[in-house]
Design a protein around this ligand. Structure first.
Ligand SMILES: [Zn+2]
Length: 661
């Protein structure tokens, strides 16, 4: 749709509404027909439900909403330190691994016997045995090489190391680095990327089960550094689209849902294929001059191997799974340590080694860390210092000058006790997701940057990340607002204010946007709220009562209630092994709702719009001055305090008439 056309429709909400409704009906019919024709009746029910949610939403709300609100999806304001959540939050002491430092360290592609180990133990001889990938579940030993100095990784990224010293001590472990491969080096390069590429490597550092709020609570130093020093853009309206890790990573990496892609579930036996068939984004990067890497730390619950059949061939140039398979029996301290290295440092070092070996070459790396955050909301706090130090390190070494760094999580905590609280449920749906661009990006692409910044406050989803990554490979030259009919919206283009969960194809029980419930202006909740607001305004102008008239309520023009949707409140857990079907047997009720009221005061005919929270248990209203907008001109009605108390000008109607000019 052209810009002019779009403009006309936005200005005419009723017409836009009917156009959208028609499009949706068509879409719904196609979706249902397609699913039925595929003979996939298990999924037919879901398609129907999604379509139903979508239409219901539009029928009852869109027309009203377009007229009255800026942004259709309002995410709840969730206090980071809400008492409801702080019940689950406690400080956990840091842990340390073996005090005997590893005898061998990996630097890029080279494993080196350390001087410190030699100083402590005398002459050391180490044997290095390459770890080769057989398949997703087994590895085999490659050649063994013995040396007194160093070993260059070539056959594999991963080696088993056994060392003994002259004084009879010995040490062994498994190590990870980035093998040197002529085949890769010949294939990649900035001269191979498309002419319209953004010219950035992409490094994605993901951690399982961390909501945006929990990132701020448990990783405060890292958060501060990312946002204040690196200027990270944090997506505040990033909403999950399904249950668990695969339903986050599959849309990010392929732009589709698992159900839309070919069958890969293990339990479907011979009907299922390997996930190699998925159109992974790393294939696009690889085909466009990039080296690719992907590592996850928990092979027993791997994103693509737990329920799904996994990869037949290694999906990327540097695939970390074999390392973790081979290391399974060597972990100690509750699987947190391998030799003297803490589990998070192993993955951080592997990631950094890739960034360092391919420093001047385009690289795409996805590292996904779960060991310390998957099962516990607090333990991840123990790595804040190390994580912070790592980001400082890659920043100071200049690695981020030509890299798009994405620090993210797949979903918030899903532990049973937290899921029983409303805020816990909302946080589960709002994971941490952030982007760090090099400083030059903002200067070189001001419009794209500005759009991105705007989008941090809009409803965004994993599908959008996919569209954004595509744009890294082919960067647009013109920026236009995303079309509401697109499920995947690049974050370099503006996301429409009108986007709802239905547009974004987020099922209601996953949708954290608050439900708008249009209220009758005469409703006692609205009238009481409006009177509270006028009282609040009068208190605000009280110090200037000699000059500012006391206001009274003239009329309520419009009002709506915002609260978590019923399906979110009723969501208990997923009731099928794939996490597709919700059990909606819960009976939670919202205790706090947001009210939005548009009203007129007199004297002076001031038009105000205010958002306030209404506590349903105590019947009290909470109003903050920053949530009050004056929406008509106050002109010179506030002339009497213009010089003495400018802050009051939107709220003061002077008793005295303005001087005639
Ligand atoms: Zn997860």
């Amino acid at each position: 749709m052209g810009r002019m056309m779009m403009f006309r429709f936005v200005n005419n909400p009723r017409r836009l509404f009917y156009i959208i409704l028609l499009t949706c009906c068509l879409y719904g019919v196609i979706l249902v027909l397609r699913t039925a024709l595929d003979g996939n009746f298990e999924d037919l029910e879901r398609s129907l439900q999604l379509f139903f949610d979508f239409s219901t939403f539009l029928l009852y709300h869109c027309d009203q909403l377009f007229r009255h609100v800026g942004q259709v999806c309002r995410h709840p304001v969730l206090p980071v330190y809400a008492p409801e959540m702080m019940k689950f939050i406690k400080k956990v002491d840091k842990f340390h691994c073996s005090s005997e430092k590893n005898w061998v360290e990996v630097n890029g592609s080279t494993a080196v016997i350390t001087d410190q180990a030699k100083a402590l133990n005398g002459e050391i001889e180490c044997s290095f045995t390459d770890i080769n990938r057989n398949n997703e579940y087994t590895t085999s030993d490659g050649l063994t090489t013995s040396t007194h100095t160093q070993y260059n990784l070539e056959a594999s990224d991963f080696v088993k190391v056994y060392c003994k010293s002259d004084n009879g001590n010995y040490w062994n472990s498994n190590l990870a680095g980035i093998r040197h491969s002529e085949e890769i080096v010949d294939r990649i390069g900035w001269d191979q990327v498309p002419a319209d590429a953004l010219g950035l490597s992409v490094v994605m550092w993901g951690m399982d089960s961390i909501s945006r709020n929990n990132f701020i609570r448990k990783l405060p130093r890292t958060y501060k550094f990312l946002t204040e020093v690196l200027g990270a853009l944090v997506l505040e309206g990033y909403n999950i689209v399904g249950d668990g890790t695969p339903q986050a990573l599959i849309p990010i990496l392929t732009g589709s849902t698992e159900l839309e892609l070919p069958e890969t579930r293990k339990r479907k036996g011979s009907k299922a294929t390997y996930v190699d068939i998925y159109p992974f984004i790393w294939n696009d990067f690889r085909a466009n001059g990039y080296v690719t890497g992907y590592v996850e730390d928990q092979p027993s619950i791997g994103t693509f191997t737990y329920r799904l059949k996994g990869f037949n061939k290694a999906p990327v140039d540097h695939y970390g799974r074999s390392f973790y398979l081979a290391a399974e029996s060597q972990w100690h301290n509750d699987k947190r340590c391998l030799g003297s290295l803490e589990c998070h440092k192993i993955m951080l070092q592997y990631t950094e080694n890739l960034m360092s070996v391919y420093r001047d070459k385009p690289h795409f790396m996805l590292s996904f860390f779960a060991q310390l955050s998957h099962d516990d909301v607090n333990i991840v706090g123990t790595i804040d210092d190390d994580l912070h130090e790592w980001f400082v390190g890659v920043h100071e070494r200049g690695f981020l000058n030509d890299t798009l760094l994405i620090v993210f999580s797949d979903h918030g905590p899903r532990f049973a006790d937290i899921r029983q609280t409303i805020q816990g449920k909302q946080e589960e749906r709002l994971p941490f997701f952030s982007f760090v661009f090099p400083p030059w990006f903002k200067q070189k692409h001001p419009e794209a940057y500005q759009n991105f910044l705007t989008n941090t406050k809009r409803l965004t989803t994993p599908f959008d990340i996919h569209a954004t990554l595509k744009h890294v490979i082919n960067f647009p030259t013109k920026f236009r607002e995303n079309s509401l009919s697109n499920r995947s919206m690049s974050l370099f283009n503006k996301i429409p204010l009108a986007r709802s969960c239905a547009h974004a194809q987020i099922e209601a029980h996953w949708c954290a946007c608050l439900d708008w419930d249009i209220l009758n202006p005469g409703d006692s909740i609205v009238q009481d709220g409006a009177k509270e607001f006028v009282k609040f305004l009068n208190n605000y102008t009280q110090p200037e009562r000699k000059m500012c008239a006391e206001l009274s309520l003239n009329e309520v023009i419009w009002s709506a209630r915002l609260r978590p949707n019923q399906k979110l409140l009723a969501f208990h857990h997923s009731s099928d092994p794939d996490g597709f079907k919700p059990d909606l047997s819960g009976s939670q009720r919202a205790t706090i709702e947001m009210l939005q009221i548009k009203l007129r005061t007199s004297p002076g005919n001031g038009l105000y719009e205010v958002s306030m929270s209404h506590n349903l248990l105590t019947g009290t209203y909470n109003i903050r001055i920053q949530d009050v907008s004056r929406i008509n001109k106050y002109g010179n009605a506030a002339h009497c305090i213009m010089d003495s108390n400018q802050d009051l000008r939107k709220y003061c109607f002077c008793k005295e008439l303005p001087p005639v000019s």
